[in-house]
Design a protein around this ligand. Structure first.
Ligand SMILES: NC(=O)c1ccc[n+]([C@@H]2O[C@H](COP(=O)([O-])OP(=O)(O)OC[C@H]3O[C@@H](n4cnc5c(N)ncnc54)[C@H](OP(=O)(O)O)[C@@H]3O)[C@@H](O)[C@H]2O)c1
Length: 237
C-alpha cells in the first residue's frame, strides 16, 4: 500500500512512519520545512514533501497515487490549520483512498459521549487560554472533524485518550463513546495510538467510525474489553 502521512515529523507521525514501514507500506511524509531534519533517520526509505500541511498544493503533490492517508490533526495557531489540513486531504486524496485522522476524546461525532467533569473543565480552561494567547484553537479541530464526518469518504477519525510514552503494549481497544467502561483508564501509549492509526488503513470495520481508544493493557480494557462490538450491538455494559 502507498501511504501518505500528513504531519510525519511530530511524535505521533514518526511512530506512524515506523509502523507503516514495518508493515511494508511505501511512505510519503508531509511536514513543515523546518522539521524535515526530524525525519532524517528514515531518509533513504521514505519520500518527504515539505511545506505547510494546510497548503492544498503541498497536500495534492503528496497524496496523489496514495491508497491511504494518515493525518495528524492539530489545532495550532488561530488560522484554521487543522481545518485547512483536513480539507486539503478531503479535496485531493484519491476518491477510494482510506483516510485516517487523529484527534482527542473531546471531539464528539454524535453527541453521545459522556465526559468527566475534569475533561470538560480542561477543554474549557485550556481552550480559552490557548485561544486568548493565539496558541491553539480547539474549535478548529472540531470544525476539521465535522467536515470529515460530513464527507462521504472512506474515513476513520481516531480519538486518543491521554497519551504516555513507553514500549508498545499492543493494539489499543476502542469504543464508540467516551464514558463507556472500557475506556475508563484514559491512557494510551503514543506508539500504540500510531499503531491503531496504521492498522485502521486495512480495517474496513472502521470505515466511517470515530473510535475512542485506550491502551489494551490498562485496567479498564482488561476488565471490560474488547470493545469491538458489532454495529448493531448495544454499547459495552
Ligand atoms: N498530546 C496529547 O496528550 C493527546 C491526547 C489525545 C489525542 N492527541 C492527538 O494526537 C495527535 C498528535 O498529538 P501529539 O501531542 O502527539 O503531537 P505530535 O505528534 O507531536 O504532533 C504535533 C504536530 O503538530 C505540528 N506542529 C507543532 N507546532 C506547530 C505549529 N505551530 N504550526 C503547525 N504545526 C505545528 C508538528 O509538526 P512539526 O514536526 O513540524 O513541529 C506535528 O506534526 C493530535 O491529533 C492530538 O489531537 C494528543
Amino acid at each position: 500500500m502507498r501511504v501518505c502521512i500528513v504531519g510525519a515529523s511530530g511524535k505521533l507521525g514518526q511512530y506512524m512512519v515506523q509502523h507503516a514501514l514495518d508493515r511494508g507500506h511505501e511512505v510519503v511524509g508531509v511536514c513543515r520545512e523546518q522539521s524535515v531534519h526530524k525525519l532524517e533517520r528514515f531518509a533513504s526509505r521514505i519520500r518527504v514533501v515539505s511545506g505547510p500541511t494546510n497548503d492544498p498544493e503541498v497536500v495534492r503533490r503528496a497524496v496523489e497515487d496514495c491508497d491511504g492517508v494518515l493525518t495528524v490533526l492539530v489545532p495550532w495557531g488561530v488560522q484554521q490549520y487543522a481545518t485547512g489540513t483536513a480539507q486539503a486531504v478531503l479535496d485531493h486524496a484519491h476518491e477510494d483512498a482510506r483516510l485516517v485522522f487523529s484527534c482527542g476524546w473531546h471531539i464528539t461525532r454524535d453527541g453521545q459521549d459522556r465526559y468527566t467533569r475534569r475533561l470538560r473543565a480542561f477543554v474549557k480552561v485550556f481552550g480559552w487560554i490557548a485561544r486568548r494567547l493565539r496558541y491553539a484553537d480547539l474549535d478548529d479541530q472540531e470544525e476539521a472533524c465535522r467536515r470529515v464526518f460530513a464527507s462521504g469518504r472512506r474515513w476513520t477519525v481516531v480519538r486518543g485518550s491521554r497519551l504516555e510514552e513507553g514500549e508498545s503494549e499492543g493494539l489499543p481497544v476502542w469504543s464508540r463513546h467516551v464514558g463507556d467502561p472500557v475506556l475508563r483508564s484514559d491512557r494510551t501509549r503514543r506508539i500504540d495510538f500510531a499503531l491503531f492509526m496504521v492498522a485502521a488503513l486495512e480495517d474496513d470495520a472502521l470505515v466511517q467510525e470515530a473510535p475512542a481508544i485506550v491502551g489494551c493493557q490498562t485496567r479498564s480494557a482488561l476488565r471490560h474489553g474488547p470493545a469491538r462490538h458489532a454495529p448493531d450491538a448495544p454499547d459495552a455494559p
